[in-house]
Design a protein around this ligand. Sequence first.
Ligand SMILES: [Zn+2]
Length: 372
Amino acid sequence: MHINAHFDGGNIVTKAAEKPSDIRLEIRMDEGGEHGQWFYFQLCGLRGQPCTITIENAGDMSYPKGFEDYGVATSTDLEHWFRTSTTFDGRSLRWEYTPTTDSTWFAYFAPYGYERHQRLIGHALAAPGVRAEVLCPTPDGHALTLLTFGEPATDRKVCWIIARQHPGESMAEWWAEGFINRLADPEDAVARALLERAVVHVVPNMNPDGAVRGHLRCNARGVNLNRAWKDPDDTDSPEVYFTRQRMHETGMDFFLDVHGDEALPYNFVAGGEGVPSWTEAMNQELQAFKNRLAAISPDFQTEHGYPVSPPGSSDLRKATDYMSETFGCLAMTLEMPFKDAANQPMPNIGWSPGRCQRLGAACLDAIWQTLA
Ligand SMILES: [Zn+2]
């Protein structure tokens, strides 16, 4: 038997692996020690042997409720991911699995690796009129890359879309891939029409260091980037500092920040309702976007989500609140589930890479209609 997490995005600590019936593991916390929940590891050499796998510190993680009614993402080829059902007693997360091959991977959600990230940028750059710009080197030395689609013009709106501030929310980059592949398709009439109306800036992975390190929420300096927008630091949160600087240069008419939610089994949008400058017109724009997206994609819904922030409760350290208040534009956080979309359940795969990609493609329609 061999268990390891020594690869891009890997995270596990082996506590006991003498018997397949009693494999005990722990999740390693993010830099800074405050957050943790992401795991991703390989189990080798147990073909045909019933295994019981326990993550002993699951109850100490950032969102224990994320492990209730949860199925672990499982793959034998890193292409196809299915779910294996788990039990959670408030302390330990446990599942049983009999490997069908000599190598099985388990992850909190289907991983989106750095090499795929680079291929995504390469694919986008093959399309006409697309530019890639390195906003900064990250603390670990990765390139923080901004893709820009379309030419700025006085009569064109400026859209900003960022994904994966929280690196364990790999669904955000699967979403970005679906969105970018459609936007980069010159044969897609909606993509062409959108780029007549708007220039679209996309940062498909705001936190490559955290993603490669196997973090849930923080960058290499232990900073939760979605608490850094009000006062970013060019050393500790350069990902936000330099992205924000570029946003102020271009201005902004539309903003979407793509995330995953550990606990809620739904796709939903949260707005900037709590900011001081919130108006009824902004609320109507927000509701209209949500209704459009729900009409386009049945995987999206408007009934379940976070409680609406009451007036004056904003947190300008969060991207959506900062953009709402600073630019006065429609600014939203899109949340996708780690579990499944309970309004359209698919228990075998749960919320999956393919469903993320298709929701990303659907958002292109909603944005185009919003800017019409
Ligand atoms: Zn998040």
